[in-house]
Design a protein around this ligand. Structure first.
Ligand code: CA
Length: 246
């Protein structure tokens, strides 16, 4: 596979790409090359895991293989397109099948582009950039997330509560981002570990509790992050009652 160019991409620096692909050599190559281009990457090795990560972490773009264990790429694509929060995420299908009918299937299930294996990383990067341009590129409104007086700026990596800047660690920032993107949604400690600490990190679930505790203190309002008994945590929705379990 050809090495990618080293052109810097400041406007897209914090774009997060989810790779749903069961061939580990390919996920490793893609991860290496995409990170070198300044993208953040997430990986899932089967369809169900990929769908769950897409719904939980809301990536900016998805690379989706068709032939996958547990749930095939067509089903994953349909589920993503049916979901209110995932329907607008751009999807590029990666497939070993070169027949024209498969491309038509790819587009008919709602994919935005289609790349046939084997492909060069350079070609894939061009397709990703072309898709970003079609989607509006740098003026991505998702760069700023604001809810209930808490604001985060993903590009500048800064967070604010009631107008005051917060001094967050990278893990706290990611945890806040994950929950703030989907207020009211309950996340398990395991999902928060994926989002906040990184995939495959060997940490105790209690570690998340410690991070949440300091995050609540820094937010200055411990009720904003709600404990969901038996599950984990969520960012409290507007109108949600405050007889909390915190
Ligand atoms: Ca496959």
């Amino acid at each position: 596979m050809a090495a990618a160019s080293q052109s810097p991409l400041p406007a897209m620096a914090h774009m997060r790409i989810l790779i749903i692909e069961d061939e580990r050599d390919l996920t490793e190559t893609l991860t290496y090359n995409l990170q070198r281009e300044g993208y953040e990457t997430l990986v899932a090795h089967d369809g169900q895991e990929g769908l769950r990560k897409a719904q939980t972490l809301l990536p900016d773009l998805i690379l989706l293989d068709l032939m996958l264990p547990t749930m095939n790429g067509q089903e994953v694509c349909r589920e993503l397109r049916a979901g209110e929060r995932t329907r607008d995420i751009p999807i590029i299908i990666l497939s070993a099948k070169a027949e024209e009918t498969d491309q038509i299937v790819g587009f008919s299930i709602g994919a935005d582009d289609y790349v046939t294996k084997p492909f060069s990383v350079k070609v894939l990067l061009q397709r990703i950039k072309a898709l970003q341009r079609r989607q509006g590129g740098g003026k991505d409104p998702v760069d700023i997330i604001e809810y209930r007086g808490v604001k985060i700026d993903r590009v500048r990596h800064r967070a604010f509560a009631q107008g005051k800047e917060l001094d967050l660690t990278p893990t706290e920032f990611r945890l806040l981002e994950c929950m703030l993107k989907q207020p009211g949604r309950a996340f398990t400690r395991h999902q928060l570990m994926d989002a906040g600490i990184g995939e495959g990190a060997i940490v105790l679930e209690r570690t998340i509790d410690v991070h949440i505790k300091t995050l609540r203190r820094k937010l200055g309002d411990i009720d904003l992050i709600e404990t969901v008994r038996g599950v984990g945590y969520r960012f409290r929705e507007e109108g949600g009652n405050r007889d909390s379990e915190n």
